[in-house]
Design a protein around this ligand. Structure first.
Ligand SMILES: [Zn+2]
Length: 274
């Protein structure tokens, strides 16, 4: 019986974190991570930045380049063009069945052949896989003058942000969820307190100060000062708000799911090792 009780207690201690979607725009997503810890939040952030794999150009073979830019500069530009990534169809080159030689499962070829005068955009890259293409087709690669030519073959591979930022899928950060405590009976002028907030967190209803949008709060403490500490704002130690902005290779949702899966996998590996 005692053992059972202990197990129950342990389960309680390691209860699941809770995710709640707060707002979605095309490439920006924010969500609340509840009942978590600073360690888990930061691990998730770092994994989303550095370990969720995406495709990027790694090798470029130039056949012709009479443009005003050196081969290296063009290759560098190609590397930084975000490519829509189909996570399930590709494998890391060093983990692929071809043993690193390069096959359709681990490498993707792009070709580019243009003659001036014209501006060469990312949309001119011809992809061998219709699902993988530049996220922003209007990215300028090079401007060609009359009779200048460029012809190349670029190879994209899967990689991780920890190796080079071109393989990082997003910008992500988090903050502690604010905990706002209002001592109603001590507030003389609720309207002044509400108006002091630059983030429009409060509203006044029936002459009472209420929290309307807690997620806007950036803990500037303007309300605390103006109310003589009748309002208190403290950062939560277990609830966090995440903001994730994708560069377009994957959707924010795909990045969060992949990030949590990678973290789980790492924890399982640790468990096995123990
Ligand atoms: Zn391969």
């Amino acid at each position: 019986m005692a053992a059972e009780k202990k197990e129950e207690e342990e389960e309680d201690e390691y209860k699941m974190v809770e995710l709640k979607s707060l707002s979605k725009r095309d490439n920006i997503h924010s969500f609340a991570l509840n009942d978590s810890s600073p360690a888990y939040s930061n691990a998730l952030r770092r994994i989303m930045l550095n370990e969720v794999p995406v495709l990027a150009v790694e090798d470029v073979e130039f056949r012709r380049n009479s443009s005003s830019l050196y081969d290296e500069m063009i290759a560098h530009r190609l590397g930084l063009i975000p490519l829509t990534t189909d996570q399930k169809s590709y494998e890391f080159k060093n983990k692929c069945k071809c043993k690193g030689e390069g096959c359709a499962k681990c490498t993707l070829k792009f070709t580019l052949k243009e003659k001036g005068p014209k501006t060469v955009y990312a949309s001119s890259l011809k992809s061998a896989d219709p699902k993988v293409k530049p996220v922003h087709p209007k990215t300028i690669i090079v401007k060609l003058l009359k009779d200048q030519e460029i012809e190349l073959e670029a190879t994209a591979v899967l990689g991780k942000g920890e190796e080079h930022v071109k393989w990082s899928p997003c910008h992500v950060y988090y903050k502690s969820m604010p905990e706002i405590k209002i001592q109603e009976n001590k507030i003389k002028d609720p309207k002044t307190v509400a108006e002091s907030c630059p983030a429009k967190v409060f509203e006044v209803k029936n002459n009472k100060l209420q929290v309307k949008n807690i997620f806007n709060c950036h803990m500037c403490n303007a309300c605390v000062e103006v109310s003589d500490s009748s309002v208190q704002v403290l950062p939560s130690k277990k609830d966090y708000i995440f903001y994730i902005e994708s560069w377009g290779q994957l959707s924010p949702r795909e990045i969060v799911i992949a990030g949590t899966e990678i973290l789980d996998q790492k924890l399982m590996e640790l468990e096995k090792a123990l």
